[in-house]
Write a protein that binds this ligand. Structure first.
Ligand SMILES: C[S@@+](CC[C@H](N)C(=O)[O-])C[C@H]1O[C@@H](n2cnc3c(N)ncnc32)[C@H](O)[C@@H]1O
Length: 237
């Protein structure tokens, strides 16, 4: 299959899992999975190891798990892109989100195969994991909480583990401003009010990660969008 054919298949099948969770859940899943380059990049770059235990902090409606499980099913049927590595078969997936609505949608769509809990990532017990993912979450929390969470993530990760952190680069100018605007609009539409966002430049994120005990490797992650997002792959030092 070409990359484009596979992506269409993955988006359609992963989004279909959300039909029982309602129209919003379905259309949101379809739009986000189609428009956000991070999901394809995680597979194309083989960033999640096979048999990993994955902790998804601020998991929303659990799109990451739906995506990975769909990828595994497609690969099992021989529907795959030859330039990509085989997708990971997770040993376990645990998502945590503070929103009861997001957790309810995730629970309906993902069923008993995944564990999705309602909780605050500032205080939740992370236990241990091989891969910890935070996609577009930390900017909702103030810098002291961001730093504490990075330290706790470092302590929860296995020695050869990986943190996958997606953030906006506050030093990136116009694209960053567009991302902020969309983020505020999405928050407002979901009934969370205007809310304050706490953003950092890429250099500030790298320093925060270093202080928490990580070596970090950033890659631009907003191709095809007007945003200035970066995926940081961080490894315990
Ligand atoms: C922009 S969404 C990203 C969702 C998901 N990571 C994804 O990429 O689809 C941010 C999520 O972070 C959650 N969140 C924000 N602050 C949180 C906190 N303190 N504890 C748990 N979840 C939080 C929100 O409820 C929301 O679902």
């Amino acid at each position: 299959m070409t990359r484009e054919q596979l992506l269409e298949r993955l988006v359609a099948e992963a989004a279909a899992r959300y039909r029982p969770a309602g129209l919003f859940a379905f259309f949101f899943a379809r739009g986000k999975l189609r428009g956000d380059p991070v999901f394809a990049a995680l597979l194309a770059r083989g960033l999640i190891d096979d048999r990993a235990t994955l902790l998804d902090l601020g998991c929303g409606q659990g799109l990451l798990y739906a995506w990975l499980e769909t990828a595994l099913a497609c690969h099992g049927r021989g529907e795959w892109h030859e330039g990509w590595p085989a997708p990971p078969g997770l040993k376990g997936y645990r998502g945590i989100d503070q929103s009861a609505r997001e957790v309810a949608r995730a629970s309906v769509a993902l069923g008993a195969r995944a564990t999705v809990e309602r909780g605050d990532i500032r205080t939740a017990d992370y236990r241990s994991a091989d891969v910890i993912v935070m996609l577009d979450v930390l900017h909702y929390l103030d810098p002291p909480n961001q730093d504490r969470i990075l330290e706790r993530v470092r302590a929860a990760l296995s020695p050869a583990g990986t943190l996958l952190l997606r953030v906006g680069d506050a030093g990136a100018g116009f694209g960053f401003g567009v991302g902020q605007l969309i983020d505020r609009l999405a928050r407002f539409c979901r009934g969370h009010g205007a809310g304050r966002l706490y953003c950092r430049t890429l250099e500030e994120w790298s320093s925060a990660l270093e202080r928490a005990g990580f070596a970090s490797f950033p890659t631009p992650m907003s191709a095809g969008t007007p945003f200035a997002n970066v995926l940081i792959v961080a490894m315990p030092r």
